[in-house]
Design a protein around this ligand. Structure first.
Ligand SMILES: CC(C)(COP(=O)(O)OP(=O)(O)OC[C@H]1O[C@@H](n2cnc3c(N)ncnc32)[C@H](O)[C@@H]1OP(=O)(O)O)[C@@H](O)C(=O)NCCC(=O)NCCS
Length: 196
């Protein structure tokens, strides 16, 4: 008889769980996500990604203490739909950058990103004791800016004409959230979604 595997959960939200990345199951999907033209339009990924590239990327993540990368699974059917992470953690200044990608496009705009980000920020602020979390987005990526703002991020600045994307230059929007601004949003979110 086939043994039923216990589900691995690192952080639990209302719509998603975040768990450690797993090469055996995630590699092919991540490769698909980062090659998809509609997805990479919003990311800095411009070169084709082979399975080998992704494999090297997975192997490089082991043992890093300035990077936390988690796979996003839906709670309803345990489907792997994307990934989210804290990058460039600076333990002296207590800052980090968040990055996210929902590679399954039918999940965009349905609150999955917000749920994942709120529980990741809870981990960043209340477990890792970070102070300020930053993010950046292309100026045309309104969905990304909106979901970050729903989690308390505010626009701190613009890098004008910073990136060349599909034939023209766009601004880079710099966003950041401080723990004190996120905390009231978290209390409300926690209550509404019955989260611990
Ligand atoms: C960015 C991303 C992680 C956000 O996750 P998500 O689950 O789609 O976001 P949510 O549904 O939680 O929130 C999006 C919000 O933006 C709104 N929105 C969607 N499209 C929008 C647009 N064109 N203009 C303004 N707001 C928009 C949604 O209505 C929603 O707000 P609401 O809940 O108040 O209605 C996800 O869309 C994604 O991975 N996109 C592709 C890759 C990417 O852009 N990564 C980030 C790079 S900076």
């Amino acid at each position: 008889m086939k043994e039923k595997k216990e589900k691995i959960i690192f952080l639990e939200g209302n719509k998603v769980i975040l768990r450690p990345i797993r090469k055996e199951t995630d590699l092919e999907l991540f490769t698909r996500f980062f090659n998809d033209p509609e997805v990479r339009f919003y990311l800095s990924s411009v070169f084709p990604k082979t399975i080998r590239d992704e494999e090297n990327w997975f192997d490089n993540q082991v043992g890093k203490n300035d990077n936390v990368i988690l796979s996003i699974e839906t709670r309803e059917d345990s489907r792997l739909v994307g990934l989210m992470g804290l990058h460039r953690i600076n333990w002296i200044s207590k800052t980090a950058f968040t990055g996210a990608c929902l590679g399954e496009k039918e999940y965009w705009g349905k609150g999955y990103g917000t749920d994942a980000k709120m529980i990741l920020l809870n981990y960043a602020f209340n477990t890792l004791n970070l102070r300020k979390i930053c993010s950046t987005a292309y100026d045309f990526n309104k969905r990304s800016q909106k979901y970050n703002q729903k989690c308390g991020y505010q626009i701190e600045g613009l890098r004008k004409k910073q990136f060349f994307v599909r034939g023209s230059y766009c601004d880079e929007v710099l966003l950041a959230v401080y723990k004190k601004d996120w905390l009231p949003l978290w209390k409300k979110y926690q209550k509404e979604n019955n989260l611990k």
